[in-house]
Design a protein. Structure first.
Length: 139
């Protein structure tokens, strides 16, 4: 935070303040310190919020706010682990399907419950869900 402030990097300072506030809020809500996984989930949630805001601002023609959200998103993504590629996600899905013994779409919930902790913060949940559905249809 200090380095970003001294360097005059306003988007990073803004993103870090947002992150500290969100982590503090979650700690109050849970009445205790957050684990590393919970902090990663908080960062992923903030990234998703920025992504949604980017979509709205681009539709609304608000280039000024769009740039700010994009800069904050880039700053927040630096704190997330490297994103998984599609083949890596598919391999994890195959493993989860085998673990659960899934036979079709009726087992979607079981597979997702087993899979999501493995991909948390490293792949978008909506995309993972689409891939699981696609793979279960073919199972």
């Amino acid at each position: 935070m200090k380095a970003a402030m001294k360097g005059g990097d306003r988007p990073t300072v803004s993103a870090l303040r947002l992150l500290l506030s969100a982590v503090h809020y979650e700690e109050i809500k849970q009445r205790g310190e957050l684990s590393a996984d919970e902090i990663l989930r908080t960062i992923a949630t903030l990234c998703k919020q920025r992504q949604e805001a980017i979509e709205y601002f681009s539709k609304g023609g608000r280039a000024d706010l769009l740039r700010q959200e994009e800069a904050e998103l880039a700053a927040l993504r630096r704190f997330l682990p490297e994103a998984l590629g599609e083949e890596e996600v598919r391999a994890l899905i195959r493993g989860s399907i085998e673990e659960v013994g899934a036979k079709g779409l009726q087992d979607l919930g079981s597979v997702m419950k087993r899979l999501m902790p493995k991909v948390a913060g490293r792949s978008e949940g909506k995309r993972v869900s689409e891939l699981v559905k696609e793979m279960l249809r073919g199972a």
